[in-house]
Write a protein that binds this ligand. Structure first.
Ligand code: PMP
Length: 310
């Protein structure tokens, strides 16, 4: 069920090792305090070879997340970047979901990290459609979470820190317990923030809106892609605070994320959104997104890092 390929190799602080040997001690700092920052990146099988999507931006966000937490990653940008490429390559995969993570390891257990070493691991596996196989075409049913996203100046939302995902787990598990696939979190002002692992976009009155970074959102790489694609497609997109009730009366709502890609939302709190299926604006952006990541359009933005060349 895990979806892991346990015969795979992964990169562990500078060495390629067997999956089964990638262990840490239970008294490691990260286990007790959630002291880790990480990324989730997709590699697509394109006609020209396997290509990692926006690797540069993901590694930059990893280093940014670490900086916020005063965590000095003991490897260079290029070393971590290269490890992501090599992990896909040495396992001989055509597509993959890549998970780099930097965490405070084993030494002592004060909240202050003391001399705990910072370890960096890059693992990967095959991850299918995150919100289900039919989600991309049919859309998903979601709820607004009873839990809020992280309050400003508490857990920094711009950092992709493991501990933030305790909040995501509350949102996701609550939604699933009630028969939804995902939950939408509001920020502590009551404005729409994001899903437990996705940014959110709303189509209303002929324009596209997405919450600003100050609404406790992760600065999503797919979110950034939407700004580029909207411009290319002549769609108006801007950041705006979104009241909860605008979700219900919007023409279209969709999620974006490396795992979720571009997923339409067809109902929220059992209220049908628009026509109750993928709307035309979502479809346009989704189609263009897949054309780029699958290498069907020329890589004019320099988004693809080829692992192998066919
Ligand atoms: N918000 C959260 C909380 C996430 O975990 C993710 C997934 N990384 C996103 C948004 C989407 O970000 P990206 O497009 O960079 O994957």
């Amino acid at each position: 069920m895990s979806g892991f390929d346990e015969s795979a190799k992964l990169w562990f602080s500078g060495r390629y090792i067997d999956w089964k040997d990638a262990n840490i001690h239970v008294m490691s700092h990260v286990v007790h305090y959630g002291s880790a920052v990480f990324e989730g990146i997709r590699c697509y099988n394109t006609p020209k070879g396997s290509a990692i999507y926006r690797l540069q931006e993901h590694i930059q966000r990893l280093f940014n997340s670490a900086k916020i937490y005063r965590m000095k990653i003991p490897f260079s940008f290029d070393e971590v970047f290269d490890a992501c490429v090599q992990v896909v390559k040495i396992n001989g995969w055509e597509d993959a979901y890549i998970r780099p993570i930097a965490f405070r390891g084993y030494d002592s257990l004060g909240v202050a990290p003391g001399k705990c070493p910072i370890e960096v691991v890059v693992g990967a596996w095959h991850w299918g459609k995150y919100l289900g196989d039919e989600a991309l075409a049919q859309g998903v049913d979601v709820r607004v979470a009873s839990w809020n996203r992280l309050a400003a100046n508490t857990m920094p939302a711009l950092a992709k820190c493991s501990a933030n995902y305790m909040n995501s787990q509350l949102i996701k598990q609550e939604a699933m317990a009630d028969g939804y696939v995902e939950g939408i979190g509001l920020d502590t002002n009551g404005h729409v923030s994001e899903g437990s692992g996705e940014n959110i976009f709303v189509v209303t009155n002929g324009e596209l809106l997405t919450p600003p970074l100050s609404a406790s959102v992760l600065p999503g790489i797919t979110r950034a892609t939407m700004f580029t694609l909207a411009e290319e497609l002549g769609l108006k997109l801007r950041e705006a605070n979104i009241p909860r009730e605008l979700l219900y009366i919007a023409d279209e709502v969709f999620f974006t994320g490396s795992a979720a890609e571009v997923t339409p939302i067809r109902s929220i709190d059992r209220i049908t959104i628009g026509e109750g299926h993928r709307g035309p604006v979502t479809e346009k952006l989704q189609t263009r997104f897949f054309e780029y990541v699958n290498g069907e359009l020329p890589d004019t933005h320099g988004w693809l890092t080829y692992v192998t060349k066919k």
